[in-house]
Design a protein around this ligand. Structure first.
Ligand SMILES: [Mg+2]
Length: 334
């Protein structure tokens, strides 16, 4: 639902963008927002900004300024820059994006927009299909109505970065098919496959059961958290299968939400027992009355799984292929 506000690219600063490369890729015109994109809100053009426009001219770019601010502000900024400009730009209205292209004699395929606000700058560029960069706003000192907008932007950015990483996280009870589904899904999407239990076993050079019985569940959960922090900043295009109890720690859920789209593989007690049949590596289920034990744990966890998930799949009576198809078709994964 936020996609129309997603920038095509994101840069920490207008001054970090590789303009040479943009030119090599066929771009010829750049439209800039001014406030918080090129200088602090309301500030005059500084040396850095003036040099940027010189550099752009040397590369061969045309440039234009569009600001929603007034004439006085825009002309004052432009005193030393001397670029074509549009004030009272009414972004996100597309009218002035088009006018800017006319002024630069460029077209929609070779023009880039650069700005700091998602709901005006970027949304406007997206509306007419123009390549764009969102940049981190230069100054934290902003007017109150912008401060409120920034809070909303933060929400959009949360989803944007998650979407960009494209990771898929599978959660669910042991025996819900996480590892098998994750492997097959990764292959189908040409993603990497990772499994937190396997990674922890590799790291500790022992089995999960040994860690549980020798060092206890708290130690194990801490290993999971440490691992999730590391994965969160490093993986992309990965299907991550997770330990059944990973969601028991709130912090883990919070990290997983940043890591990717969370899919809960829901399975009934009967299904779980069927799938775990012959598997004697699960100490939790050594219990005489397996069914009651699973039901008890599941009852405790089911709402946590569902609340953590972006999407829940009923996996009962479904093959791995069925489950993957549902994830791809209904889970918004590609
Ligand atoms: Mg701005």
């Amino acid at each position: 639902m936020f996609r129309k506000f997603y920038p095509k690219n994101y840069a920490e600063s207008t001054y970090d963008i590789n303009y040479q490369k943009l030119y090599q890729n066929g771009y010829r015109g750049i439209i800039f927002d001014i406030d918080n994109t090129l200088v602090e809100h309301g500030a005059d053009a500084n040396k850095k900004a003036i040099e940027l426009f010189e550099q752009l001219k040397n590369i061969g770019f045309k440039a234009c300024l569009i600001s929603n601010n007034n004439e006085e502000r825009v002309t004052r900024f432009n005193t030393d820059i001397k670029m074509p400009y549009i004030y009272n730009g009414k972004k996100p209205s597309s009218k002035n994006y088009i006018k800017a292209m006319e002024m630069m004699e460029t077209n929609i395929d070779n023009t880039v927009f650069i700005g700091d606000q998602l709901f005006t700058d970027i949304y406007g560029a997206n509306r007419i299909g123009m390549m764009n960069y969102a940049v981190k706003p230069i100054s934290p000192k902003e007017e109150i109505q912008i401060v409120i907008k920034r809070k909303l932007e933060k929400i959009v950015y949360h989803f944007y970065f998650k979407h960009k990483k494209k990771n898929i996280v599978l959660i669910g009870f042991m025996g819900s098919g996480k590892t098998s589904v994750a492997k097959a899904l990764a292959q189908k999407l040409d993603f990497n496959f990772l499994d937190t239990d396997l990674l922890i076993e590799e790291g500790e050079k022992t089995t999960i059961n040994e860690i549980f019985s020798n060092k206890g569940p708290d130690y194990f959960r801490q290993l999971e958290t440490d691992l999730l922090i590391e994965l969160n900043s490093n993986i992309k295009k990965t299907v991550l299968s997770t330990g059944g109890g990973i969601i028991l720690k709130k912090k883990n859920v919070k990290i997983l939400k940043q890591t990717g789209k969370i899919i809960y593989l829901d399975a009934s007690v009967e299904t779980i027992i069927k799938r775990l049949d012959g598997d004697d590596t699960r100490p939790l289920l050594a219990d005489e009355n397996k069914e009651a034990k699973i039901q008890e744990i599941l009852n405790d966890r089911i709402s946590i799984y569902k609340n953590a998930a972006d999407f829940t799949i009923d996996t009962n009576n479904k093959t791995i292929a069925d489950i993957i198809n549902i994830i791809i078709k209904q889970g918004g994964v590609s």
